[in-house]
Write a protein that binds this ligand. Structure first.
Ligand SMILES: [Mg+2]
Length: 199
């Protein structure tokens, strides 16, 4: 069986447009919950997906073992239920029974985590944290370019996996930027491949 790398998606600011829910709130609620809008009962049921998120998930789930790894506010129990409903509504197949809610994202085993904030263990995640909205990953287009191997580099994946290089995204990065791997052994292998015309 083919084993895919594990990829986690955060919800708010990644799959979910939090602001779209805020815009639909009555003014009184916005005033009352100022500074803690994520605690407004039912707010998570009002949110839309982020632009491009549905398409990105569809594409990425072909290449990765995909899960949602999100945090629901402790003081807003309805948010926990609304998050399941959101997934059932917008990602009924891809994320069916693949929703993980945790305040300790660093405890989960996996290769990549797409998250807009360092909070709740995202920064300490032991795979690679892809910070959505950062300079390097401003939008889904940048994330997809990084995470999806282009066909002509596909053969490299098989080849490099045995060399513990493990991961085309990293190789793609070197390929595209012209930078060289910092690790000496990896650099030598990479240079040899260039020499042999394999890249
Ligand atoms: Mg977030």
């Amino acid at each position: 069986m083919e084993s895919k790398m594990i990829l986690y998606f955060d919800m708010d600011g990644v799959l979910v447009d939090f602001e779209s829910g805020v815009r639909r709130l009555p003014e009184e609620a916005v005033r009352e919950y100022d500074g803690r809008l994520d605690e407004v009962p039912g707010i998570f049921a009002l949110m839309d997906p982020m632009p491009g998120a549905i398409e990105a998930v569809e594409e990425l789930s072909k290449h990765y073992d995909a899960y949602i790894l999100s945090t629901a506010p402790w003081n807003n129990p309805s948010a926990w239920a609304d998050k399941v409903r959101f997934v059932q509504k917008y990602f009924p197949k891809v994320f069916r029974k693949r929703l993980i809610l945790s305040h300790r994202k660093d405890l989960l085993r996996g290769d990549f985590l797409i998250d807009d904030r360092p909070k709740h263990g995202a920064k300490a995640f032991r795979g690679e944290w892809i910070q959505m909205g950062s300079e390097r990953f401003p939008d889904w287009k940048a994330v997809l370019k990084y995470l999806i191997p282009v066909p002509e580099r596909k053969f490299l994946k098989e080849k490099w996996v045995v060399n513990e290089f493990c991961g085309t995204p990293e190789l793609n990065h070197y390929y595209e930027t012209g930078e060289l791997p910092k690790d000496e052994t990896m650099r030598k292998l990479y240079e040899q491949m260039i020499e042999k015309g394999e890249i």
